[in-house]
Design a protein around this ligand. Structure first.
Ligand code: PLP
Length: 484
């Protein structure tokens, strides 16, 4: 890599990129991204980069002299791209999707360009008010219970991730259960939380961070067929803790578990949680987006019993990472747990009580104007556009599930409620591993795995922004060939 230095004017007073330079290079970069999206199918989906190879191609020392933008872009092609796994490839079927889209990228660019730090309403009223409004729109689009809207006791906020959302939910629940005592005096032993064996690892991480500890988080059994939480097992676990003098305070129900897309029965789980006065948090990180389609709103049946809810627009709602929409039915415990007001943040707007200061709803103080990208996405697609693409993904996954059932070499290990197909080779784990390895080595698709009752399973997650029927058809061919 040869640093191509800028043509520095001898009398140049500043090293900053001027607005004119920004305009020129910005257009080049937008063109680069558009070209990338046009050719994204040509790259091997899973990066073939060996550990350390990206770093080895970078200079050991930072540049002393300014470099040209052309040199930077050249290194994006030569150094960065080989080390990229192409999450925006239409043949990316791994994990859960991390959607991107044109309006979202442009909204993110605008957010960066404005460079607003919206920790308080007063530090940029539009950053707060657009966020509140857009999250109310999203609540309407997903038909969330009215308590989650900002015009009552609750409201929504954009967090960086579902992990952070679950953490602040747990902290709010702890606040409510202890009347603020855990904030003042530290967490006493005996607070117990509950999630199914299939819940996301972020729930245990939250328990650790919030001082409940992994031991304070009870793993609740699931129904062996559906892998959904068994409400009777939850009841038994909570009753045992209550009888032993512990304080059951937090239950997480998952709408669409990461491994297999299992759906915890929200209503039954919520009724048990209520009996013990515990906070119900619903983690609908990916699958909550299905509720843009009225016919898929069954995923939220019983959600009115929840105290908090999270859906990641950055997973399956065409909005770039990071954009986790977190809602509470009553914001009091959340704000009381997280609000600390040093003198330097005092201002008349906050003191009037008429405004929202989102710094009190999350761990960091500083926050970007993330609502712009979600606002752009909701306006560009409209409800009609969102429904169209979510429906298309679900239909493609259902078609794939039917195809898998008809293949003698494959079996589906669990049901396919939405857009995740979980399959295994009938010859056992060795054959399933070979199937996975072969498909991934082809570079033409990327799949990841899970275990179902101890058996290795391949997950096919259909939710990429650009995924269409022809990509799923190509995947069928790959699977058929790899199955031998
Ligand atoms: N919850 C569930 C059900 C998930 O599937 C995931 C990630 O896939 C998460 C939480 C964590 O998401 P994030 O990366 O936004 O923290």
């Amino acid at each position: 890599m040869t640093p191509d230095t800028q043509d520095i004017e001898p009398d140049r007073q500043s090293f900053h990129m001027t607005p004119d330079e920004f305009r020129r290079h910005g257009k080049e970069l937008v063109d680069w991204v558009a070209d990338y999206l046009e050719r994204v199918e040509d790259f091997p989906v899973l990066s073939r980069s060996a550990p350390g190879s990206v770093r080895a191609a970078l200079p050991a020392r930072p540049p002393e002299q300014p470099e040209s933008f052309a040199a930077m872009l050249a290194d994006v092609d030569d150094v960065v791209l080989p080390g990229v796994t192409h999450w925006q490839s239409p043949s990316f079927f791994a994990y859960f999707p991390a959607n991107s889209s044109g309006p979202s990228v442009l909204g993110d660019l605008l957010s960066a360009g404005l460079g607003v730090q919206g920790m308080l309403w007063a530090t940029s009223p539009a950053a707060t008010e657009v966020e509140t409004h857009v999250l109310d729109w999203l609540a309407e689009l997903l038909d969330l219970p009215p308590a989650f809207r900002s015009d009552g006791t609750g409201g929504g906020v954009i967090q960086d991730s579902a992990s952070s959302s679950s953490l602040v939910a747990l902290v709010a629940a702890r606040e409510r259960a202890t009347g603020g005592e855990s904030n003042r005096a530290g967490v006493r032993p005996g607070l117990t939380a509950y999630a199914s064996s299939q819940a996301h690892s972020s729930v245990e991480k939250a328990a650790r961070i919030a001082g409940v500890g992994s031991a304070g988080l009870r793993t609740v059994d699931v129904d062996p067929d559906t892998l959904a939480m068994d409400p009777a097992a939850l009841e038994r676990a909570m009753a045992a803790d209550a009888e032993a003098g512990r304080r059951p305070f937090f239950v997480v129900a998952t709408v669409g578990t990461t491994g297999t897309n299992a759906m915890d029965p929200l209503r039954a789980v919520g009724e048990v949680a209520r009996r013990y006065g515990a906070w119900l948090h619903v983690d609908a990180a990916m699958s909550g987006s299905a509720a843009v389609c009225p016919e898929l709103r069954w995923v939220h049946d019983g959600l009115e019993l929840a105290d908090s809810y999270v859906v990641d627009a950055h997973k399956w709602l065409f909005t770039n990472f990071d954009c986790s929409a977190f809602y509470v039915a009553d914001r009091e415990a959340l704000v009381s747990a997280l609000s600390i007001v040093p003198e330097y943040l005092r201002n008349t707007a906050s003191e009037s009580g008429d405004v929202i200061d989102y710094r009190d709803w999350m761990v960091p103080l500083g926050r970007r104007f993330r609502a712009l990208k979600l606002w752009f996405v909701l306006r560009w697609y409209g409800a009609e556009g969102l429904r169209h693409h979510v429906r298309e993904h679900v239909a493609l996954a259902q078609d794939l599930a039917t195809w898998v059932d008809a293949q003698p070499s494959f079996e589906r290990l669990v049901a396919t409620p939405l857009n995740l197909v979980t399959l295994a080779h009938v010859d056992g784990d060795g054959a399933t591993q070979r199937l996975l390895d072969e498909v991934n080595a082809s570079g033409q698709a990327y799949l990841t795995h899970t275990r179902v009752h101890g058996r290795l399973a391949v997950r096919v997650s259909v939710g990429g922004t650009w995924t269409q029927a022809r990509h799923v058809e190509a995947l069928k061919d790959l699977l058929r060939e790899a199955a031998g």
